[in-house]
Design a protein around this ligand. Sequence first.
Ligand code: FEO
Length: 173
Amino acid sequence: MIGKKMEEALNSQVNAELYSAYLYMQMAAYFKHKNLPGFANWMTVQVQEEMLHATKFYNYILDRGGQVKLMSIDGPPTSFESALGIFEMAYAHEQKVTGLINNLVNLAIEQKDHAANMFMQWFVNEQVEEEANASGIVEQLKMADGQPGAVLMLDREMAARVFTPPAAGAGAP
Ligand code: FEO
């Protein structure tokens, strides 16, 4: 059985992950509108990643005998300046999410909830990748410096990203 404080915190994290999906869905729309289908694809895969994260927390609450309480999701920003601006925002967002995950680990330690602590370790690792992905693209876009040829080349690279659900037992929800 999960403690009330942990249940509340995990429900908030479901909301934070759903907000992340919402944010990246809005960013995908910007790229589709700007005829950059590769970047749009990257963001759409990111939406799937965030839905996976939300589902993992959702299932975990239920597996521990807790109650899932879905909350309203805030609207993301709806206008963006540039591809670079978007990825800088995505990177800052992922850093914020890392902070949320670290707070959950701290709470698990404080509550002596070893199971929750272990469950959260998957997310601790995942956030390293999430931050690295976003910051890598920020650096590439800085190098491209808005030159159309370079941005189009990057767009082609972004088209290759595919969503790979984790195998059963390896972080599958
Ligand atoms: Fe769910 Fe992008 O971290």
